[in-house]
Design a binder for this molecule. Structure first.
Ligand SMILES: Cc1cn([C@H]2C[C@H](O)[C@@H](COP(=O)(O)OP(=O)(O)OP(=O)(O)O)O2)c(=O)[nH]c1=O
Length: 195
């Protein structure tokens, strides 16, 4: 299995997200965590996956000291709605406004993952379409007050109450919405260590 092949490698997960760390545990892929601070600012002209590609590469730029056997993984997730990229809401009102903007329609959740070694860099992305029912103001207020989704792109988490009651369907990977297109991550790590 992949864990055996990986014994000669060190995978560094540069992510503060507990969900991304959990994915690697569940994939049975051992990682070392090393999170280095980054200002997540992107040029205004970028669109959709150009934004997440840019930010996932930016998160890798703090690592210019990789050894031969190390594979660095960085990633970024945005909610893309009506041509606007939604990141994490700064406060209660911004979270409420973001969810109101997503209510009763569909939007895209885009995640990019960047794999960096001492010699190469590979970036992939995946796009999931999420369909929200029409949410009431009470439902939105209840969710934001009780779940405080300030660490979630777009101000919501599909894996929480709002996802259970409000999401009618999705097209694409569920895990991508939570923060990683796990099937692509597994496939890409295999390819990197077998080449
Ligand atoms: C839309 C949505 C996002 N999210 C999460 C995934 C990401 O962790 C987060 C978006 O922020 P990101 O900036 O992609 O990631 P992060 O700051 O949590 O971690 P790091 O940059 O250190 O890797 O929102 C959910 O958990 N559920 C959801 O339904």
């Amino acid at each position: 299995m992949l864990k055996d092949i990986l014994k000669d490698y060190e995978i560094i997960l540069a992510s503060g997200s507990p969900r991304r760390q959990r994915f690697f545990e569940d994939l049975n892929i051992p990682v070392t965590r090393d999170v280095r601070p980054v200002h997540e600012i992107f040029p205004e002209h970028l669109k959709r996956e150009e934004i997440t590609n840019y930010l996932s590469v930016l998160k890798a730029e703090a690592f210019d000291d990789l050894k031969e056997n190390q594979i660095l993984i960085t990633s970024d997730t945005i909610v893309y709605n009506d041509g606007v990229a939604l990141g994490k809401p700064a406060d209660h009102q911004e979270a409420v406004n973001m969810i109101k903007a997503l209510s009763g329609k569909d939007h895209e959740v885009i995640t990019s993952v960047c794999f960096t070694t001492a010699k190469t860099q590979k970036i992939l992305n995946h796009n999931t379409r999420v369909f929200f029912k029409e949410l009431t103001v009470e439902e939105i207020e209840y969710y934001v007050t009780n779940f405080k989704p300030f660490d979630k792109a777009g101000g919501y988490a599909i894996q929480e109450w709002i996802g259970l009651i409000g999401i009618e369907k999705i097209e694409g990977s569920y895990f991508n919405v939570v923060g990683l297109p796990t099937h692509l991550v597994y496939k890409t790590i295999r390819e990197l260590v077998q080449n």
